[in-house]
Design a protein around this ligand. Sequence first.
Ligand SMILES: Cc1ncc(COP(=O)(O)O)c(C=O)c1O
Length: 385
Amino acid sequence: MKHRFPGVADGWSRFDAPAGTQMVDQAIDAVAGWMRSPAMACSGGWFDASEATGELVGRARASVGRLFHADPAGVCFGPNMTSLTFAFSRAVAETLRPGDRVIGTRLDHEANVSPWRAACLASGADHVLAPFDAGSGTLPPELVVDLIDERTRWVTLPGASNLLGTAPDLAPIVDAAHAVGARVYVDAVALAPHRRIDVAALGCDAIVSSPYKWYGPHSGVLWVDPDLLDSLPVFKVRPAPDLGPGRFETGMPNYEAIAGVDAAARFLLDEGMDRVAEAEMEVFAPLLRGLQSIDGVTVYGPSGLQGRTPTAAFRVEGVGPADVAKALAAERIAVWDGHNYALEVVDTLGLGDQGGVVRAGLARYLDLDDVQRLLGVVERLAAWS
Ligand SMILES: Cc1ncc(COP(=O)(O)O)c(C=O)c1O
């Protein structure tokens, strides 16, 4: 699989994948091919290039729709998850009233917290964050369900934690929200690279993801239930479309990125997400077990392979996370340290002022040799400290 990813040809072990993956060859080719082609144009005109651009966007919506088992008519493209979520929550804010509630979780990345806090501040609604179980790193559904009542308008959930890898069971929460007429927004950024997502089965009202975490270019994808999409009071310029995904695609879309998103989605569809999940867990199991077995290493998040993605968070006793990351980098192993924008998670774990954690996450281009390299360095650091 490594040969499909030119970005790892330099021999580095790139465990920084949860922050952004290397692009797959066919997505790189699609971006470059689009930019080289005469089709570079704005969509909506009567000439060939403009029609080809419109077709590209339609193709990409269809691919993303297939990837998430969602109606392509709800697929909106944007710069990244954070910008799309701010745009979405700003529209939702217009529909909230004082006394309404938006319920989020402390397991979320800050990009699924701050935009909702801002929407509540602007509208006078209450923003409530459900805790997660700090000991196991899991989010038992009842911790969210118990907060949902008739005041609740939106429930905002993590598909998976970008820091701990926890992938909570969302279905009971979605059902409880819908039972009181609330809607559900899912941040699937850390889930989409690793698991099959079936929006039709899950029944969420909106879901958001970042294709640069699944082998595509830097960009964001937001799916909104098409009826909801058309009814939201979106901030847009007057001539922009009044219906459909164009409502959230403010200004000129990044067509070359959309070409890459289409190709990256097709890569995952061809691979098959169930096969991706299985192959990744074969590499992740030794990583998780290896870290857990080193004296002086504390691993956070779910202790087993169930209910999680292949992302590990850990600390080495006596060595700060940044120093662990530097030592790994000296051996050409890339990881991130700190809070990784999961502010509520590190605070819950009491690590907010301790440098957070070291995060090592898998992608399709990492194999057992990479795992052994990482474990070797961590073992050495733990033995010295
Ligand atoms: C779980 C999660 N949500 C949201 C984001 C923000 O994504 P973006 O960089 O596309 O705004 C990230 C980025 O790391 C993430 O990991």
